[in-house]
Write a protein of this length. Structure first.
Length: 135
């Protein structure tokens, strides 16, 4: 049986992945609640790219979605398959004077909100993390 790994689920932000060569769809029950939370923020919120978007498999890819009306959002970080680095520093859209509270997360990495307003993401290659927050 095929399983969708963290890298696949985080890249697609979907609870179901189709493997076309073998005509099999895989549903991730563990990822479904994460997808439901993310989908709402993606549809209603603002989008902020945190890294450049390109086809390189040797770099991190990171985005932020935030819904200011609901005072919540998430940061998604993907460490691509050929990236030799395991850490990157991001400059997310954060409101001054607000206290950010970390919520649920999914993936093999971790995100650290630093005191200087940056975010440090740590992840092995071919993995990533989605970190929800409120303020």
């Amino acid at each position: 049986a095929h399983q969708a790994d963290n890298f696949t689920l985080l890249n697609t932000i979907t609870p179901s992945v189709m493997f076309p060569r073998i005509q099999t769809a895989v549903m991730s029950e563990e990822f479904t609640p994460i997808w439901r939370s993310a989908a709402r923020i993606m549809l209603d919120g603002d989008f902020y790219p945190l890294t450049k978007c390109n086809k390189s498999t040797k770099e991190f890819y990171a985005v932020q979605f935030e819904c200011p009306e609901e005072r919540k959002g998430f940061i998604l970080v993907i460490n691509n398959v050929d990236n030799p680095k395991t850490k990157c520093v991001l400059h997310p859209h954060l409101l001054q004077g607000k206290k950010y509270i970390l919520g649920e997360s999914f993936g093999g990495g971790r995100i650290i909100f630093e005191k200087d307003g940056t975010v440090t993401a740590v992840s092995e290659k071919a993995d990533g993390i989605i970190q929800f927050y409120e303020y």
